[in-house]
Design a protein around this ligand. Structure first.
Ligand code: VG1
Ligand code: CO
Length: 544
């Protein structure tokens, strides 16, 4: 095997964001761009010689090209073994599952999640560590520092490997094993849930469901689990064939982008249950007949009903949620007398809590839910949680959700995104708001008073690290909150996210339409942050 050292120059924009390095495909296609980052990643990991890594992605455009390059670089950098999903495919949760099951050193996941794909779309690369979870900030920061000083990378001059062929191959001393991307994950799911109860639900009664894979990675996983193993009728999984550009769509499972499924679930003759997942399979949306469950409520409801799921029968150690996620799970934690952890946005912050056995369930408002079964959020897992709970309770999604609000109160919740704002404008808005925080506590705003206003910082109770400036939060005396932060996953200017939450526990106040219930807070958010004035936008681009 011939290894060449290629001279290169650093790129200044290779700092990983909330979930790895995400850029336009065209950026990744620039000469040396991908190679520089991969070499920086290898260098930051220390001694990788002889180690085993998992490799796979969501199948989007450039996935296979990138995999061939990474294989050649892994061979040149003395990696011992690569375990690769057949045809280069592995959903994010499946990659996490396989890293753990094979006790690998880590894994490389190629995805830009729900961002559109294709030659003009986005691409991404992320490293997960031995626990199966995204590399902590310490490591991603080392990768970035390395990318700023890189002068050369190593690559082998070897033919492309055969990605479609299950089994063993070699590239020089590097062993390659191509695996079925679905089996390990499907087996793990079967070990967590009451598959016979779900099978009975899906095959014996009147219950009907649809799952929308949105032309992305979960198609093969959902077909195997829901249709083959659980007996749901063929066609239950829609848009099931992954396509390199997600059929031109935007595989973000929310009310705006999962339009096909939303139309079915809110249409005439709607089925009883609808679920959807995103590009790389880690997000989920839960719908009932003519109803939608917010991700924050979904986490709270799964937590409150977790004793019905075999894997969580013996109780939860704790619940963790990202800071902007609504406080609905907090109510459940309080009642069950278990700890509740509030972390910065991004799944990497849950890893330590899960490893240390402090939390069992975690979730984010951004349609992410998961548990200690792996170290990523998990779209199909959330769908199976709901099916298991429905099978056990024999009630509709709507009934379960309404009963939950009756017991715990309702957290009206919405996120307003202002996408592709010029970066300077967004930064100015955030810094002005930040500078005004000290004078907000005590301020009266209509019927409420601001109780606290700060920029969230997190102290990790396990590794004692501190992470600062994770979003501006303004809390009111009645439990309402408004949170402002800039996205760390976008590839086009800046995205301002405004998170709105209001609590109601009076049973006459539980059935309002969300945007109506939040109308006062929405106005207040604009007044406090001068969104219209500073961005020139009159309304958000996406409301979830
Ligand atoms: C967004 C979400 C965050 C999520 C991240 C990755 O990050 O808000 O909750 O963990 O995407 O999800 P940001 O920085 O843009 O707000 V995924 O499914 O895109 O890997
Ligand atoms: Co995702």
């Amino acid at each position: 095997m011939t290894v060449v050292q290629v001279a290169t120059q650093p790129f200044s924009d290779q700092r990983p964001g909330t979930s790895g390095l995400r850029k336009k495909v065209r950026q990744f296609q620039k000469p040396h761009y991908l190679e520089n980052f991969v070499q920086s990643m290898f260098d930051a990991l220390g001694d990788i010689s002889g180690k085993t890594l998992i490799l796979g992605g969501d199948g989007r455009y450039y996935n296979d090209t990138a995999i061939q390059t990474i294989v050649k670089m892994a061979a040149a950098n003395d990696v011992g073994k690569l375990i690769i999903g057949q045809n280069g495919l592995l959903s994010t949760p499946a990659a996490s599952c396989v890293i753990r099951k094979t006790h690998s050193f880590g894994g490389i996941i190629l995805s830009a999640s729900h961002n559109p794909a294709g030659a003009d779309g986005d691409f991404g690369i992320k490293f997960n560590v031995a626990n199966g979870g995204p590399a902590p900030e310490k490591i991603t920061e080392t990768m970035y520092q390395r990318s700023l000083e890189i002068t050369q990378y190593q690559i082998s001059q070897t033919p492309d490997i055969e990605l479609g062929l299950i089994g063993e191959q070699t590239v020089g001393n590097l062993q390659i094993e191509i695996i079925d991307p679905v089996i390990d994950y499907a087996d793990l799911m079967a070990s967590l849930f009451d598959f016979s109860a779900i099978r009975a639900l899906l095959t014996q009664g009147q219950f009907r469901m649809r799952f929308d894979a949105m032309h992305a990675i979960t198609g093969p996983y959902a077909t195997e689990i829901l249709e083959n193993r659980l007996g749901a009728p063929t066609g239950t999984v829609m848009n099931a064939i992954p396509s390199p550009d997600f059929a031109g769509g935007h595989p973000d499972p929310n009310l705006t982008y999962a339009e096909d499924l939303v139309n079915i679930m809110f249409g005439e003759d709607a089925p009883d249950f609808g679920g959807a997942s995103d590009g790389d399979g880690d997000r989920n949306m839960i719908l009932g007949k003519h109803c939608f469950v917010t991700p924050s409520d979904s986490l709270a409801i799964i937590a409150a009903n977790s004793h019905l799921i075999p894997a969580y029968q013996s109780g939860l150690k704790g619940i963790a949620r990202s800071m902007p996620t609504s406080q609905a799970p907090d109510q459940v934690a309080r009642k069950h007398q278990i700890p509740l952890y509030e972390t910065p946005t991004g799944w990497k912050f849950f890893g330590n809590l899960l490893d240390a056995g402090l939390a069992t369930l975690c979730g984010e408002e951004s349609f992410g839910t998961g548990s200690d079964h792996i170290r990523e959020k998990d779209g199909l897992w959330a769908v199976l949680c709901w099916l298991n709970i429905i099978a056990a309770r024999q009630q509709s999604v709507d009934t379960i959700m309404t009963a939950h609000w009756q017991e715990f109160g309702r957290h009206y919740y919405s996120r307003h995104d202002y996408e592709a704002i010029p970066t300077e404008k967004a930064e100015k808005l955030m810094s002005q708001l930040n500078d005004s925080l000290f004078k907000l506590p005590g301020k009266i705003c209509g019927d409420r008073t601001i109780r606290y206003a700060d920029n969230f910082s997190y102290h990790d109770p396990v590794d004692q690290s501190d992470t600062e400036k994770q979003g501006i939060r303004i809390g009111f005396d009645d439990g309402a909150r408004i949170i402002f932060r800039l996205s760390g996953t976008g590839t086009d200017g800046a995205t301002l996210r405004v998170y709105l939450e209001q609590y109601a526990d009076d049973s006459s106040q539980l059935a309002f339409e969300t945007q109506t219930a939040l109308a006062d807070l929405i106005k207040l958010a604009d007044k406090l942050a001068h969104i219209r004035e500073l961005t020139g936008r009159n309304e958000p681009t996406v409301i979830t």
